[in-house]
Structures are given as structure tokens and as C-alpha cells.
Design a binder for this molecule. Structure first.
Ligand SMILES: Cc1cc2nc3c(=O)[nH]c(=O)nc-3n(C[C@H](O)[C@H](O)[C@H](O)COP(=O)(O)OP(=O)(O)OC[C@H]3O[C@@H](n4cnc5c(N)ncnc54)[C@H](O)[C@@H]3O)c2cc1C
Length: 249
């Protein structure tokens, strides 16, 4: 069995196939040399854990314990019949194929976003760069504003953006008390665990989290550090972030 994608989906599929029948050879193909856990990345971005090595180590261990063969490579296509290819391309033959590549960002949904990303805008994937960016939000002068855009549901993790905002607010409260985070949510209301988030924000982040429903960001101007809502309303940021929308990888 060949499994494409070594996230939670692919790794767990590979593990259970091996648990059910040890005679089946399972080859897992993953393009990255490390595993990123989305849930743990919240703690990482908030600075509550020093790095993401713990989940990475656990996943490596699980793969090794179950005799899963791991190939680090990018899968570019699949056919029902094996075909010939030349180095650096290679063909791996399968009897059964599991495709678990996850989802990716839809960068095209926010005009100008590419130009802003990497400078003072981040995608919040949970990479070291994202934590650095989240913390950079607090390194602006006191009173700086972080803007977060939340796309229309469905997206990867319904509570995800609200969890991320809470992490950033916690950081701002500790390190830049006069800064705030403006959440521009394309949805008519908080998508998940509304009562829980509102209670937590009131208790811990009053005046730091400014949540605005039904505000779809359509454009970002990296030069002016503003985002545009539906082509009508400008919101100024010292830093901005965007959450992941469901899309094929
Ligand atoms: C902030 C946040 C918090 C979350 N919290 C929770 C939680 O508490 N509980 C919970 O159950 N879920 C949570 N989720 C959701 C959960 O993390 C995802 O549902 C899960 O990670 C999806 O796993 P996946 O394997 O489908 O995709 P991914 O984790 O995206 O894995 C896909 C893998 O495939 C690889 N890949 C893609 N294309 C190729 C290719 N062509 N060749 C080779 N490799 C490729 C990628 O590199 C990647 O490693 C959270 C998500 C977020 C964003």
C-alpha cells in the first residue's frame, strides 16, 4: 500500500493497515522532513511550548514502531499502471493507494496577499516563521494592531482561527498590553464554541480582542498596512494574519 501524505490522516491510515496485517508493505510518501501538528502549533505560536519536536518525534516513533517505510518526496501524479520515469523522478508501484494530502491555502481569495505574506503578514500554519511573526506582532510600538481575517466556513478546523486569536491575545497581553487584535470574520457569527470563546475573551482579553462578524476581507495593501472589507471599508493593521480555507492541496 502506498500512502500519500504523512499528516494525521496518512500516518494513522498507514499505522492501522500495518496493525491489521503485518504482511502488507506500507510505503508512506511525505514531502516534508518533519511533522507539524496543528493542535500543538497553537501552543507553539502562543509560546507555551518551545518547539514542535515533541509531536514530530512521536509521529516518527509511531511510524518506526509499525514498520512503515517512509519516503521523503513530492508526489506529482498517480496512474493505475506503473510507468517509467527518469531521475530525479521516480515511480513507486502500488496495489492499493491512500491519498491523504490535506488542504492548502487559497491565496487568491485575498487580493494582494502574496505580496504581503512573508513581510508583516503570516498564514499561521504553525511553522517557526509563523511564531516569529506572531511574536513580531507584539514587537511593534505599544498600541499596534494585529488584523486577522477568517474565511467563510468550511475551513480546516472550525475553532482554529478563534484559538489562534486567543493565543495572539495572550501574547499581546503579556508583552504589549496596549496592542490589540481585530478579528474580521467573513462568517455571520463565530463558527464554533461561541459561548466558550466569548466567555474566555471577556474574562481574559477584554479590550484586546475586537471581534467583528460578517466582515469579509477581500484585499490587503502591504504598503499602507490596511485590509479592505468587501471593497468598502479600510481597516488599518501593523500586522495581519489569515486562516486556512478548505481547498484541495
Ligand atoms: C489551529 C488548528 C487546531 C486544530 N486542532 C485540532 C484538535 O484539537 N483536534 C482535532 O482533531 N483536529 C484539530 N485540527 C484539525 C486537524 O489538525 C486536521 O484535521 C488534520 O491535521 C488533517 O490531517 P491530514 O493528514 O488530513 O492533513 P495534513 O495534516 O495537512 O497532512 C497532509 C500531509 O500531506 C503532505 N502532502 C501534501 N501533498 C503532498 C504531495 N503531493 N506529496 C507528498 N506529500 C504531500 C503534506 O506535506 C502534509 O504533511 C486543528 C487544525 C488547526 C489548523
Amino acid at each position: 500500500v502506498v500512502v500519500v501524505g504523512g499528516g494525521y490522516g496518512g500516518t494513522i491510515a498507514a499505522k492501522y493497515i500495518r496493525m491489521m496485517d503485518k504482511s502488507i508493505e506500507v510505503v508512506l510518501i511525505e514531502r516534508n522532513d518533519h511533522f507539524v501538528s496543528c493542535p500543538f502549533s497553537n501552543l507553539y505560536i502562543g509560546g507555551l511550548i518551545p518547539d514542535l519536536m515533541h509531536p514530530d518525534h512521536q509521529v516518527r516513533q509511531a511510524r518506526a514502531n509499525h514498520g512503515i517505510k517512509v519516503v521523503q518526496a513530492e508526489v506529482t501524479g498517480s496512474t493505475r499502471r506503473p510507468s517509467w520515469s527518469r531521475p530525479p523522478r521516480a515511480t513507486i508501484r502500488y496495489d492499493r493507494l491512500v491519498v491523504s494530502p490535506g488542504i492548502d491555502f487559497r491565496l487568491e481569495e485575498i487580493k494582494g496577499y502574496d505580496a504581503a505574506a512573508g513581510d508583516h503578514a503570516a498564514r499561521m500554519e504553525g511553522r517557526p516563521a509563523d511564531r516569529a511573526a506572531a511574536q513580531a506582532a507584539g514587537s511593534h510600538e505599544a498600541g499596534g494592531t494585529v488584523v486577522m481575517s477568517i474565511p467563510l466556513a468550511p475551513f480546516r478546523c472550525p475553532p482554529g482561527p478563534y484559538e489562534r486569536a486567543s493565543m495572539i491575545a495572550m501574547y499581546l497581553k503579556q508583552h504589549k498590553p496596549k496592542s490589540k487584535i481585530v478579528m474580521l470574520d467573513a462568517n455571520p457569527d463565530i463558527v464554533s464554541k461561541k459561548g466558550l470563546f466569548l466567555k474566555g475573551w471577556k474574562k481574559h482579553y477584554e479590550g484586546i480582542i475586537d471581534y467583528r462578524a460578517a466582515k469579509k476581507v477581500t484585499e490587503v495593501d502591504a504598503g499602507k498596512k490596511t485590509v479592505l472589507i468587501e471593497g468598502l471599508e479600510d481597516v488599518r493593521a501593523t500586522w495581519s494574519t489569515s486562516s486556512r480555507r478548505s481547498a484541495p492541496a
